[in-house]
Write a protein that binds this ligand. Sequence first.
Ligand SMILES: Cc1cc2nc3c(=O)[nH]c(=O)nc-3n(C[C@H](O)[C@H](O)[C@H](O)COP(=O)(O)OP(=O)(O)OC[C@H]3O[C@@H](n4cnc5c(N)ncnc54)[C@H](O)[C@@H]3O)c2cc1C
Ligand code: HEM
Length: 400
Amino acid sequence: MDVKILKSSFAVAERRAEHTVKFFYAHLFRHHPALRELFPVEDEDMQRQRDRLFAALTRIVGRLHDDGLLPYLHDLGRDHRKYRVAPEHYAAVGTSLRAALAAACGASWTPATEKAWAEAYQVVADAMTDGAARSQDPPWWDAEVVRHLTYGPDTGVLTLLPDAPLPYVPGQYVSVSSDLVPRVWRPYSLGNAPRPDRTVDLHVSRIDGGRLSTALVRRTAPGDRLRLGAPGGRAVLRREGRPISFVAAGTGWAPVRAMLEDLAERPPDAEVRLFVVARDAAHFYDRPVIEALAAGPVRPSVTYITPAPGRHRNQATERLATALGNRGRWPDQDVHLSGPAPFVEEIAHLVRELGADPARVFHDALPYGAGTAGRPRPLGPGEWFLDPPAPHWHDPAARM
Ligand SMILES: Cc1cc2nc3c(=O)[nH]c(=O)nc-3n(C[C@H](O)[C@H](O)[C@H](O)COP(=O)(O)OP(=O)(O)OC[C@H]3O[C@@H](n4cnc5c(N)ncnc54)[C@H](O)[C@@H]3O)c2cc1C
Ligand code: HEM
């Protein structure tokens, strides 16, 4: 496989990202109109989301010699079944990908370039279809909402009963989809250790203008059905006898609760510290559970952090920084961070400065620019591998 040709043609297409991605989807949907039905309903945000597929396609092809690629592609193929992607769709996407790249490269697109991309894409598509075919998991898990609690206007805890057992490790998340927002999937952490009745909790914080979070918090009720993708995520307990510091903000508490419940089953010898951050005291929505866990066998020390009265919620992060700085022994700790991406990025940086071992700081993948202004969408389960992040393929201001 000619990696040099792949990279140089990709570099040209990347400079014309906006055109290339539009061409790709226009080509795909013109030649295979039925495939349009697999993607969410069109609007600005959906366009941006769709661009991820294209960005991933091109990025992955540039990393074909990476050791981690094959297991990643197996999982990605397995997970694509929830989008109702079938093996025969891969050829269509490959053809449109090459057509889009050829259009972007113009005269520099040669038969050798065409051959290199066809081969590379085939390797990726084969690995994904192989992963899908070999998976013992269902394409998705149907689940019934059996309880829906709300805490204020913007926080909901949904308890779901999946029709079939959902095997997962505390600290992991699942993609969730609701018929209220067709074909939109978003990741949510699982908020409890596995229970005998196999119910799982999702803690959902409503984002202003957010499609699925609003539907889940405000328009979902017991008896409704949701769909769950395969559990994913690597920010799980290591259980290597080291002391653990958990730092959770907002509904970032969900995976921490799952891990603490798990620790309670087999309490560690080492110390456990818990820092819980909220925009005000009323937002410690799960406080009774935190108190119960604090009194249980793990005995974590608990520090609650809010901004000072009347101060902006960002001040909570400053107060947290002070609290973390006052607590020592960071080089020994396993540190688990969970919450909004900009928060996690900032605290990850801070604990490293305090001496934590970067290899022992665990959190889910962060989107590009998490620590900067703006509201970057978190990375989906299939995107953790795309580091460095994909370029911003969709610029709403650009014109064809
Ligand atoms: C691994 C992982 C685990 C997650 N776990 C949880 C969880 O347990 N509970 C939970 O409530 N959420 C969680 N999220 C976030 C969740 O997946 C969604 O991003 C969030 O609910 C918004 O989705 P939406 O469809 O409502 O908003 P969208 O319609 O996708 O977005 C509307 C607007 O808000 C922006 N936006 C999207 N998401 C965010 C965000 N999180 N912060 C700020 N701006 C955003 C978008 O860029 C867009 O402009 C998790 C994300 C990841 C990657
Ligand atoms: C062979 C190479 C392919 C790669 C590398 C790839 C990669 C990706 C990635 C990384 C995502 C984002 C997933 C996430 O957030 O979890 C995605 C989403 C998606 N992919 Fe693929 N994909 C491929 C093929 C296909 C094919 C053949 C189809 C069928 C038409 C398809 C349909 C979709 C759909 C519908 C989504 C969801 C889009 C959305 O939510 O807006 N993909 N893909």
